[in-house]
Design a protein around this ligand. Structure first.
Ligand SMILES: [Zn+2]
Length: 250
């Protein structure tokens, strides 16, 4: 299990909670020395253009610092997806998040749709024909849905549930339907935790979701799996939740 991280993700590039001071530090501290870290390259305009319009890319460029960190974030998702394709599970410990970024617009602390760029790139390269994107963030990834609107090659799944166990079972049922995919990509948002905005999932639930991702990717797509960070705002618990998910997935 490789963790993709860049020092620039520590930067407080804007004033939203995803960019808050101490957020990445909390996760890095919780992961400790137990995972190998790799540094991503910035995504190119060509990579971003697989999902986004030139107009949108130009509009993000107007804020130099946001743009510079956002292209590293998209590059982190790309690197995680490349490792996954080669058979090494990976987690993009990246920010800004991406699932509210649509082809021509963005909101909700997002700028470029990191996971969509990464998945679309593997498709463009002819490696992936079908992808499953599991998004367990509290919020629906409208940007990811819009990125693949009308594209039956990508199954975007955003589970709901009224208890932690029901939520995990909903994911299991979806994975158990027997549909085929070549890669399992996870938009991993941790804002549904009991001590975060959503107030539903325990840390142990993230570990269970991680192991479902592992088991079903091994069953269906030779273990090709990667995750990228989306939301999660309580720094007291965020690192432990990320760690639990990664340990489950490893
Ligand atoms: Zn969220």
């Amino acid at each position: 299990m490789k963790v993709i991280f860049h020092e620039r993700f520590y930067e407080v590039y804007t004033a939203d909670p995803a960019a808050a001071a101490g957020r990445m530090e909390a996760i890095v501290a919780a992961l400790g020395k137990d995972f190998e870290f790799k540094t991503p390259l910035a995504a190119s305009d060509k990579d971003l253009g697989l999902i986004h319009t030139p107009r949108h890319i130009e509009s993000v460029k107007r804020d130099k610092e946001v743009y510079e960190v956002a292209v590293l974030s998209a590059g982190g998702a790309i690197q995680a997806s490349d490792l996954a394709w080669e058979g090494e599970p990976a987690f993009g410990l990246i920010r800004p998040p991406g699932h509210h970024a649509s082809p021509d617009s963005c909101w909700g602390f997002c700028y470029f749709n990191n996971i969509s760029v990464a998945v679309q790139r593997l498709m463009k390269q002819g490696k992936v024909n079908k992808a499953l994107i599991l998004d367990f963030d509290l919020h629906f990834g409208d940007g990811t849905e819009n990125s693949f609107f009308g594209n039956s090659s990508v199954d975007y799944f955003h589970p709901e549930g009224s208890s932690g166990q029901e939520f995990v079972r909903t994911i299991q049922r979806h994975l158990d339907r027997g549909s085929k995919f070549d890669i399992l990509a996870v938009s991993a948002g941790f804002d549904r935790h009991v001590e975060d905005w959503g107030g539903l999932l325990e840390t142990q639930d993230y570990r269970e979701i991680g192991s479902l991702v592992k088991i079903y990717s091994q069953k269906i797509c030779q273990g090709r799996r990667f995750g990228v960070l989306e939301g999660g705002y309580n720094h007291e618990v965020l690192g432990h939740n990320v760690r639990a998910f990664i340990e489950g997935m490893a």
